[in-house]
Design a protein around this ligand. Sequence first.
Ligand code: BES
Ligand code: ZN
Length: 625
Amino acid sequence: MLFASGIVACSPENAPDRDPALARDHYSFANVEHFVTDHLHLVLRVDFEREVLRGTAILRMRQLDPDAREIVLDTRDLTIESVVVATDPSGPLDTEFELGETDAYLGTPLAIRLPDAAADADAVTVTIYYETSPDSTALGWLPPELTAGGEHPFLFSQSQAIHARSWIPLQDTPAIRINYSARVHTPPELLAVMSADNVPDVERTGVYEFEMPQPIPSYLMAIAAGNLHFAAIGDDTGVYAEPELLEASASEFADTQAMFETAEAMFGPYQWGRYDLLILPPSFPYGGMENPRLSFLTPSLLAGDRSLVSVVAHELAHSWSGNLVTNKTWRDGWLNEGWTSYLEYRLMQVIYDEDRAAEENLLNYEELLLNFERIDPKYQALAPRITELDPESGQGTIAYHKGNLFLQYLEHAYGREIFDQFITDYFSDFAFQVITTEDFVDYLDQRLLSVHHGILTREQVERWMYEPGLPDDAVIPTSRNLDDAAELAAMWSRGEVDAAELPVADWSAQTTIHFINALDPDLSTEKLVEIDRTLGLSDTKNAEIGRTWFIQVAKRRHEPAYEQMAEHLRKFGRVRLIRPIYVALAENGHDMQLARELFDAARGAYHPIANAYIGPVFEDDDAVE
Ligand code: BES
Ligand code: ZN
């Protein structure tokens, strides 16, 4: 889903890194140069029968341009019942509003005309009575049979990148930050939680009040409701899950408190109060989402051996990179995801050990190389000089892994002591602000490049920002364990070592993944059956091992494992775990039809975001990336 147009012309007098078009948000209709929201209050009723949220959004807005007479908000598939504008002191005024033309990707602008009586007000309060659609792209509505307990329905949101507008009419851009409060009505036996001040032992009444006192960008608005219960992990940390998953979750994520304390020691104070985890049903489309105070997580992390908890380290790290210092536009997404991947790597080194962190680092680097093969070079820059790029998929995981390697490059050049000081200064200097790539490069120049002369030049840094691929002087990850596993994969493929002799008992999940990826491309069916049996691949409890294996199964048309592959595709809704398998089937030259049938059978249980990512795999050849 890449946009072809939107390349910004460069000319010497119009240096592209200072082009104001690059600092604008091209994914929002909101006129934030005229009005900005300071506070949002929501009153919402969760209607599981009709699969809608119904209620009121009250936006308190400041007027920046005294001549502006119109407020434009973002919406998608919302039914707007009425809009009332009020000012101090005039009170509620008759207000006209109009929904504009719908853009398939951006949604529908809601234009609100300010009555003349509001002309001199500095601040206005806009009250919108509305209802979401059952097709809201943010909301997953699950019938009881798609939950762990099977008895109660479940609702969850996913607002990043531009889906908040499909459940709240608002200025849906990371360029501004808002405080919010909310009252949520649910069936009385259920609990609602939000990206706000959840109270672990709150009484179940069906009416829940929330407050988010720290200002956040709109993509961090989040809600979930279901048969949720709470278990404490440490003083500051805990987990919400359905009771059936609560014990397993508390044990899988038992290291969260230690991660929290390590993160504070390394990155500066945690600014958000509590840090809790929410375990969602399998249709949650991501591994994790950094909703402030309450990271949302896929249950596919429950491997039983804490092998996939780097996702928790990642979402926790977003409490600094992303939630505290936020990308101003989606083009600057690497400031969120690249920084967070680097902080995740640093946390994993401390909480676990260097070997495990090195293994994950090398796997990520290999994924980056695959991305470079498939993604158009003009999208391979960390901050491409373009104005239109699908903020959710255009860059694959380049912002994550290339961003991470860039920060490792800085760490390597300046040494840990200097770079660690830079990290804490950065988070404290930009706390609760939004910045662009160019703001970051200026700051880096001032605080590091110009202070410690002769180490790195601005040109070297800008190569990472604006050029495809990796610079020649990048520091390439290595891992002894993974090298050994690759060597064994080659030897076993050639018949030089027996499967029974492989030292699998010593292997981490990451080692197994690397071993699978290093198998000879031309193995016989018998050899594949043998390795599947020896390593228990098709029956693995580890969803990442399953993903890696079933990609190979689909690529190699290893039909003996197709039934288990189909089960994997039914069981998980996390895009990362399933989409590459559909792509491999669609590309293996034989199984397009099968892929389509499997998707049609499973898609009812997936989230709309997952369907939007996977659907194009079957539409035309160009969409297969
Ligand atoms: N913020 C992202 C998820 C996201 C990114 C949603 C872009 C929508 C648009 C989250 O922090 C994330 O990166 N999740 C990863 C975790 C992994 C890299 C450890 C995921 O879901 O795979
Ligand atoms: Zn992330």
